[in-house]
Design a protein. Structure first.
Length: 374
């Protein structure tokens, strides 16, 4: 009991620290403001890497072509060797170019190889590049808000974590938790602070100044990155301030109807995030257990054995956890009652992280669309 009691106290102290300090990441309040008018609106080219995305690419392209953007906008789709008719499904428009992707070059991850071809096709004409995925439906005012933020705030990269689908049981259990964990790992206020070294972005929606990207070495500088969005953010933040926020209207079309789909999404990169370090893995597994699993365990054991201090420590830590999670749940329209099962979500993500390491050890790490990166 003593060990569990001390673990509960450690968890309580950690949650108190995260709620009161840690840049108040949990408030989930970094949002784009509505755009006002600019004297002139810069030229933007959207680049979409697409590999077997026939089911969603048409809606993504359509949402971009329908943008309420006063400046010049063009769209480039790089068909990355698809075999499902992605190129044809992208549609046709005078502002749209669909180009076939070349075979994957050595030393590159597939997505970045496709992005680099799109950036090269865009040339030097655009002031900004909108790097977006083939399964994102952009709100009509999204680009205008992104550009306004970059221009008026002097940001070199403006990124949105788009609203992920949250309809199936597994999505409701795990998707808000995924967004919460990402905010905890990369506190958005710290990302947005030019004086902080913390850098992150969300790959579904990233507006980057073309000249800054070129000066930083271009996509070639991060060509082997598996977690490409955060790699790009680190690259750009060395040369200028960046901004990362949460979207409420621009959304992902990708469905995660079952546990397997979410498991694969996380296991693809979790061990990469730990830099393939067994020591970091052990620390992460232990940390997740203490932070998320100990509070409900301490509360349950303390209540059953009538150990007041143990139950109280567990209960207060659990309530702080729920308090921190509530704003993210509100973003996704979920009841605060879901906060009480965050330990279950965390337990599953802990297993996914372990699975990610095991896949790497078996030579099947970072797999995506038929490609695997060691």
């Amino acid at each position: 009991m003593q060990l569990l009691f001390w673990a509960a106290l450690v968890s309580l102290a950690l949650w108190a620290g995260m709620v009161m300090v840690h840049r108040r990441f949990w408030r989930a309040d970094q949002r784009l403001e509505e755009a006002r008018e600019l004297a002139s609106w810069p030229m933007v080219t959207a680049v979409i890497p697409a590999r077997n995305e026939a089911a969603t690419i048409g809606r993504t392209v359509g949402s971009l072509l329908a943008q309420d953007y006063p400046g010049e906008l063009s769209v480039i789709v790089v068909d990355d060797n698809s075999d499902d008719g992605t190129a044809a499904a992208a549609g046709s428009d005078a502002r749209l170019r669909v180009i076939p992707g070349a075979a994957l070059a050595d030393g590159w991850t597939g997505k970045l190889w496709a992005v680099s071809q799109g950036v090269r096709e865009a040339g030097t004409a655009p002031d900004y590049l909108l790097l977006t995925d083939a399964d994102i439906e952009h709100d009509p005012g999204n680009l205008k808000r992104l550009v306004y933020k970059a221009e008026t705030d002097g940001r070199h990269l403006v990124s949105l974590m788009v609203k992920l689908r949250c309809e199936s049981f597994w999505e409701r259990l795990l998707i808000p938790a995924f967004v919460f964990f990402f905010q905890k790992l990369y506190p958005f206020p710290a990302v947005n602070d030019p004086n902080s070294r913390i850098a992150a972005a969300a790959g579904g929606c990233m507006l980057v100044r073309r000249e800054t990207l070129e000066a930083a070495g271009g996509i070639d500088a991060i060509r082997s990155a598996v977690i490409d969005d955060c790699a790009l953010a680190r690259l750009i933040k060395k040369r200028g301030s960046i901004w990362l926020g949460l979207a409420t209207r621009t959304r992902s079309l990708r469905a995660y109807d079952g546990l397997v789909e979410i498991w694969d999404m996380v296991a693809r990169t979790a061990y990469v995030q730990l830099r393939h370090s067994p020591l970091a893995l052990v620390g992460t597994l232990a940390g997740m257990a203490v932070i998320y699993l100990v509070p409900p365990l301490a509360f349950a054991v303390g209540t059953a054995l009538r150990q007041g201090p143990l139950a109280s420590a567990g209960m207060i830590a659990w309530l702080l956890m729920a308090l921190a999670y509530a704003p993210t749940l509100a973003l996704y329209g979920r009841s605060v009652a879901w906060a009480l099962v965050l330990p279950v979500s965390a337990g599953l993500y802990t297993l996914m992280t372990l699975s990610s390491a095991m896949r790497h050890w078996r030579g099947r790490g970072a797999g995506w669309k038929g490609r695997h990166y060691g």
